[in-house]
Design a protein around this ligand. Structure first.
Ligand code: NAD
Ligand code: UDP
Length: 310
């Protein structure tokens, strides 16, 4: 049994991680400032005496004794991370320094939830970990992209300089229950619009691609990465390589919800990546990672969740 700190534990991915690690018999401390997370996501865990909930902001120091840290605290949807761009950078950079300081002091292993956004609008397809990316340093997505890139730099420097035991995972678009209804990401927007028979809003012409991974598969990969004993620290891509255009994705949501929604087109936000697909051969080789949940199966579960929420 381990004592595990999960920052951002009341968010979408964090709440699934809290539940899984509790079920595996660990003590879990869920830390969150509730900027985009919600108590609803972890309410069912509050009665478990191995679960603790802490309201805290990782841009401020935090002292505790733990064996492992999963650092997920950071808004992930573009409207949320752009809402207070300076705060987003502070969370990624100051928050990372605080969590690495904590890991160093208590000799904990630390895993950073990085992102496919470190590749920016990629010129290499599918994206491999050795690709350094094509990121605009001064655009509206930069607070997130550059913040996460700097967090990776900090992870590597604390590893080289202070021998902190690190793991970096680069997460590609993930979806599932516990996503925020209003978080503005494509999966939640399209499902909620379809269930209400409202217009489905495609940004641009819908030819941009994304590859969607069901949350259970991602959690498997994250835990495998934390637990691997090969000395493998990453960075490693985690995601589902099944790629589709946003237009095809909209049509699939309409089909699965039996919706009468019409598709409408809105301007494409600047720096929106034109394509994205993880090359997961490194994760397969080092972690035996293989996503199992097919898109329709995952979306049906997610649609059921949103039906209850609306
Ligand atoms: P989310 O917004 O649902 O969760 C983020 C959580 O962090 C929220 O509970 C929020 O309240 C909390 N938080 C934000 N700033 C904080 C701060 N300063 N101090 C303490 N808590 C703070 O997003 P998510 O989709 O669950 O993403 C979790 C992590 O995974 C993020 O770091 C994100 O960058 C990364 N990620 C997610 C995806 C994805 O597709 N969901 C893709 C790539 C990377
Ligand atoms: N998108 C869209 N309509 C929406 C929300 C998003 O067409 O209502 C597009 C967005 O422009 C992007 C893709 O869907 O090309 C994925 O967007 P999301 O915000 O989910 O995540 P991203 O992968 O861009 O970080």
């Amino acid at each position: 049994m381990k004592r595990i700190l999960i920052t951002g534990g009341a968010g979408f991915i964090g709440s699934h991680l809290c539940e899984r690690l509790l079920n595996e018999g660990n003590d879990v401390i869920c830390l969150d400032n509730f900027f985009t997370g919600s108590k609803d996501n972890i309410r069912h865990l509050l009665d478990n005496n191995r679960f603790e909930l802490v309201r805290h902001d990782i841009t401020k120091e935090y002292f505790i004794e733990v064996d492992e840290i999963y650092n997920l605290a950071c808004p992930a949807s573009p409207p949320h991370y752009q809402y207070n761009a300076i705060k987003t950078i502070k969370t990624s950079v100051l928050g990372m320094i605080n969590m690495l300081g904590l890991a160093k002091r208590c000799k904990a292993k630390i895993l950073q939830a990085s992102t496919s956004e470190v590749y920016g609008d990629p010129l290499i397809h599918p994206q491999v970990e050795s690709y350094w990316g094509n990121v605009n340093p001064i655009g509206i997505r930069s607070c997130y992209d550059e913040g996460k890139r700097c967090a990776e730099t900090l992870m590597m420097d604390y590893h080289r300089q202070n021998k902190v035991d690190i793991r970096i995972v680069r997460i590609f678009n993930t979806y599932g229950p516990n996503m925020d209804l209003n978080d503005g990401r494509v999966v939640s927007n399209f499902i909620v619009q379809a269930l209400k028979n409202e217009d489905i809003t495609i940004y641009g012409d819908g030819s941009q691609t994304r590859s969607f991974c069901y949350v259970d598969d991602l959690i498997d990969g994250m835990i495998k990465m934390m637990n691997n004993k090969n000395g493998f620290i990453g960075p490693v891509n985690l995601g589902n390589p099944s790629e589709r255009t946003i237009l095809d994705f909209a049509k699939l949501i309409i089909k699965l919800t039996n919706s009468s929604s019409k598709i409408i087109y809105k301007p494409l936000p600047s720096d929106d990546p034109s394509k994205r697909q993880p090359d997961i051969s490194l994760a397969e080789k080092e972690l035996n990672f293989k996503p199992k949940v097919d898109i329709e199966e995952g979306l049906i579960k997610t649609i059921e969740y949103f039906k209850k929420k609306i």
